[in-house]
Design a protein around this ligand. Structure first.
Ligand SMILES: [Zn+2]
Length: 192
């Protein structure tokens, strides 16, 4: 097991919690690495543990096919993480949040404008996918398809998924999305 990558999931979990991108038991984070045989192994945050309390002892290690190699129960969004890794070789970190401003947009009929720094600038707004039940394979399939071309998605009536070459980069992106959602919210108020 790659200790550095496990550490990166732990430090990113604390970062995401401290930045208030999640609260309570919400949110989940993972990293991918390769074992000595070159197999894809995923370290993912456990279910029903606040991201502020993720440790080496409770983090869950699974294969790319979802076989659990450690103690504990992985996040209920395990399928989402696995499908994203399966479809995109370059992704090695995933962060899912319910950050309040971006999620507010996800519950409204307004979209978050894409600012510089996000993938394909031809699309004026961040890509939003329709509502699927949290934890469902339908949500995992739809998100993973869209994330071949995007690096962040807004999930209708739910939250945000951001990807990167490591978990911290995915967290910075999730934080950036929250920041621009907040700025746009303030702009809407001022224009009223
Ligand atoms: Zn969620």
């Amino acid at each position: 097991m790659d200790n550095n990558l496990v550490e990166s999931v732990i430090s990113t979990s604390k970062y995401v919690f401290d930045r208030k991108l999640v609260s309570g038991l919400a949110g989940n984070i993972s990293a991918r690495f390769h074992d000595e045989n070159g197999e894809d192994i995923i370290a993912i945050t456990p279910t029903l543990v606040p991201l502020s309390s993720v440790t080496k002892k409770n983090i869950v290690i699974v294969t790319i096919n979802g076989e659990i190699l450690s103690k504990g129960t992985p996040s209920s969004e395990l399928n989402l993480h696995l499908e994203i890794y399966k479809k995109n070789e370059n992704v090695n970190g995933i962060v899912h949040t319910h950050s309040p401003y971006a999620t507010g947009f996800a519950f409204s009929n307004k979209k978050i404008k894409r600012l510089e720094g996000f993938g394909d600038i031809k699309n004026e707004y961040l890509t939003e996918i329709k509502y699927f039940k949290p934890g469902s394979i339908e949500l995992a399939n739809k998100c993973s398809e869209k994330l071949i071309k995007e690096d962040v998605l807004i999930l209708k009536n739910h939250g945000v998924v951001a990807i990167g070459s490591n978990p911290q980069k995915a967290a910075f992106l999730a934080e950036f999305v929250e920041e621009i959602a907040k700025t746009q919210f303030i702009t809407y108020l001022l224009e009223k």
